[in-house]
Design a protein around this ligand. Structure first.
Ligand code: IMP
Ligand code: MG
Length: 192
């Protein structure tokens, strides 16, 4: 049986989905508080500057929307899409650019926004690729990271939460393109 706070979270999502949720790891309120806190740090770190947020599609679309609206410094937003997963839950290690940025980043203060760092291979590739384009600075923010699964070290300037090695969905994260719209981060029944 879910405890009372978990039940309250579950009551907010479509009834058809409730039975699929195994455990809520991070509640909607915890996520909102963390994203606001990270936005305040970014406001301070880049005071007087304008930044470019680069969201890594698709998973980062939710966190980047909340982050951008919490910032008080000027920012613009662009997106990249890369493939590191097929439809399975394990990384292929192969990174391919499916959609590149719309504009040049030379001379700009860039923050790459990722949903989750698993092996780290996607971000490692992205950071090297973006650095070669001559930004004024490049920082990385990730909502989640799974330290036990890292295969390469990715320097993270802004981190939401460390989690254990479970496959999670919600708040932008998917399983086979589903569940991105859940307001919290959770595990699913029958999925590791
Ligand atoms: P990495 O290259 O192994 O670090 O994989 C990063 C990408 O894999 C993320 O941007 C996600 O799209 C996906 N991913 C990794 N772990 C999870 C998870 O637990 N749930 C959903 N997607 C995940
Ligand atoms: Mg994904």
């Amino acid at each position: 049986m879910p405890d009372a706070p978990q039940q309250a979270e579950l009551d907010r999502i479509p009834a058809a989905l409730r039975g699929r949720v195994d455990r809520i790891l991070i509640s909607a309120a915890e996520i909102q508080a963390k994203v606001s806190e990270l936005a305040r740090r970014i406001d301070q770190d880049y005071a007087g500057e304008e930044i470019l947020l680069i969201g890594v599609l698709k998973g980062a679309f939710v966190v980047i929307a909340d982050l951008a609206r919490s910032l008080t410094i000027p920012c613009s937003v662009d997106f990249m899409a890369v493939s590191s997963y097929g439809s399975a839950t394990k990384t292929s290690g192969v990174v391919r650019i499916l959609k590149d940025l719309d504009a040049d980043i030379e001379g700009k203060h860039v923050i790459v926004v990722e949903d989750i760092i698993d092996s780290g291979l996607t971000l490692d590739y992205l950071v090297r690729n973006l650095n070669s384009r001559g930004p004024a600075s490049l920082a990385v923010m990730a909502l989640l990271t799974k330290p036990s699964r890292h295969r390469v070290e990715v320097p993270l300037s802004y981190l939401g939460f460390e989690i254990e090695d479970h496959f999670v969905v919600g708040y932008g994260l998917d399983l086979d393109q589903h569940h991105r719209n859940l307001p919290f981060i959770c595990t699913l029944k029958g999925v590791d």
